[in-house]
Design a protein around this ligand. Sequence first.
Ligand code: ATR
Length: 267
Amino acid sequence: MDQYAVFGNPIAHSKSPDIHMHFAEETQQNISYSRILGDDVEFENQVRDFFANGGKGLNVTAPFKDRAFAMCDILSQRAKKAGAVNTLLMGKNGDLFGDTTDGVGMVRDIIDNHKQVLKDKRILIIGAGGAVQGILDNVLAENPKSVTIANRTVEKAQALAEKFDCFGSSFEDLEGAFDLIINGTSASRSSSLPPLKDELANEKTWCYDMTYGKGTTIFLQWAIDHGATGADGLGMLVGQAAESFYIWRQVRPDMTRLLNTMRTELE
Ligand code: ATR
């Protein structure tokens, strides 16, 4: 049986094993998938040991995505741009290959599951950390009219904007309503919201929160309070997993049934 796992710290909360075992059952793949608590000092050795013991593939989550990136022999183009890796695979010659599936997972969720269009839209992205860097390339590939990154630490927004050829801004300097707003701050996970002006969203705005949880996230509540609509990042979680599964198994699982089950469990 082929072995897969996810490394993170903390890791007990990770839904990846459930998601991948669901995919495996649906596509009739004989695999195992476990959670491994990554060690702050020993992470690289843990990864090498996993593959040395016959492991086939790994997912990597916070806080190890940068370290996984740094230890790869070969990187996908999208991982190079994201500066992070969430999917690892060992080649036949022992080379470690790294890819990132977060961006494609999010954009496919927005387009396929939520039927939103990014092309020619004025898009605001909130936050300039690793999560945002991981999705920018995929957003820009959809040819939006403009992408503005706003961040509490404005220098980080400006640095990312320069790297990805879009706009960087402080929250105070943002003006007018956006067609689409994507929240990628970690603030949302701790139930706080950056200072967003009322004028940024109206009934024509569609909002996406890269995080998810029980009930409505604080950012989506802000969107609703401003007449906007939107979705949380549950589909991104399942979408990035489906893309990792495809990289490892060359089979594309269907996400609909799993997403419905997970949504019901959150209600
Ligand atoms: P992640 O991997 O989740 O992106 P990160 O790289 O630490 O984590 O980035 C966290 C992001 O959330 C940053 O954009 C951070 O803003 P700063 O760069 O100014 O720190 C943002 N963030 C976190 N807490 C926030 C808060 N309370 N208000 C506004 N932005 C916040």
